[in-house]
Design a protein around this ligand. Structure first.
Ligand code: DX5
Ligand code: ZN
Length: 221
C-alpha cells in the first residue's frame, strides 16, 4: 500500500495563534506544512504573507510546502529560497515561462511542482515533465477555503495518475488541494492522490478536536 502524506493548509489554521498551531500539528504527526501564498491578482485573496512564513520557519523543522498563486513567481521564489522551504508549486496558468520558473526553483535545490486549476488539461505538463517532482491537482478553484469539489476532480486525479504512469513517471506523487473532506479522502486516494492538503473540510473542521479529526483522516486513507 502507498504511503499517503498529510499537509495541513496553514491558511485554515488560527491566524492569531499560528505558533501554537504549528506545535499542535507537529504533535499530530503531519508530514508537510502547506503554505498558500496569494497576491490578490492571480486569485482575489491574500491569507498568508512571506514574513509569516519566515517567522514560522524558525519554529519547526517540518517541511514547508509552498503553493504559489501569484503573477510574479520569480520574486516569491527568490524570497522563499532565502527563508528556506522544501517544495514550491507554481500554477501553469500563472506564467508564460513555466520551464524557466521550474528551473529556477530547482536551481535553489527546492522540489518543484506544477499546480493545475480544475479546467487546465494535463497536457500542460507534457514538456516540463523532466523538471517536476510532483503534480498539484486543484480539486477546487484556488483561492478560498470551504469550497466544494469540482465536478471533474476525481476523474482528473485518475487521469493524472494514468498520464504519469504512461510516461514512466509512476514515482511522481500527486498532491490534491481543496475540499479534502472525511468523505472525499477515500475516493481521492483510490483515484491516485499521494499527498492530501487538509483544510477546513477535515483537519480544521471546527466541530471536533484536531486530534480526533486527524484520526478520522488517517482512518479514511
Ligand atoms: C484552496 C485553499 C486550500 C484548501 C483549503 O486554494 O487554499 O488550501 O481549499 O481547504 P478546504 O478546501 O478543506 O477548506
Ligand atoms: Zn494550496
Amino acid at each position: 500500500s502507498r504511503t499517503v502524506r498529510v499537509a495541513p493548509s496553514m491558511m485554515c489554521a488560527d491566524q492569531a495563534h499560528l505558533a501554537d498551531e504549528v506545535r499542535e500539528l507537529e504533535m499530530l504527526g503531519v508530514d508537510w506544512l502547506h503554505m498558500d501564498i496569494m497576491d490578490t491578482h492571480f486569485v482575489p485573496n491574500m491569507p498568508l504573507g512571506l514574513t509569516t512564513v519566515e517567522h514560522l520557519r524558525s519554529l519547526t523543522r517540518l517541511p514547508f510546502d509552498v503553493h504559489l498563486m501569484v503573477e510574479h513567481n520569480e520574486l516569491f521564489i527568490e524570497r522563499l529560497a532565502k527563508i528556506g522551504v522544501q517544495s514550491i508549486s507554481v500554477h501553469a496558468e500563472s506564467t508564460r515561462h513555466l520551464d524557466r520558473v521550474l528551473s529556477l526553483i530547482r536551481a535553489h535545490g527546492i522540489q518543484a511542482g506544477v499546480a493545475l486549476n480544475p479546467a487546465t488539461p494535463l497536457s500542460a505538463l507534457e514538456y516540463v515533465r523532466e523538471l517536476i517532482d510532483f503534480v498539484l491537482i486543484m480539486t477546487v478553484n484556488p483561492g478560498f477555503a470551504g469550497q466544494l469539489l469540482t465536478a471533474s476532480a476525481i476523474r482528473k486525479i485518475e487521469d493524472c495518475r494514468r498520464w504519469l504512469d504512461e510516461r514512466g513517471l509512476s514515482q511522481l506523487p500527486i498532491q490534491v488541494d481543496g475540499n479534502v473532506s472525511f468523505t472525499n479522502i477515500a475516493r481521492m486516494v483510490a483515484a491516485g492522490a499521494d499527498i492530501l492538503v487538509v483544510g477546513s473540510s477535515s483537519l480544521f473542521a471546527s466541530e471536533r478536536p484536531r486530534l480526533e479529526n486527524m484520526r478520522r483522516i488517517e482512518q479514511a486513507i
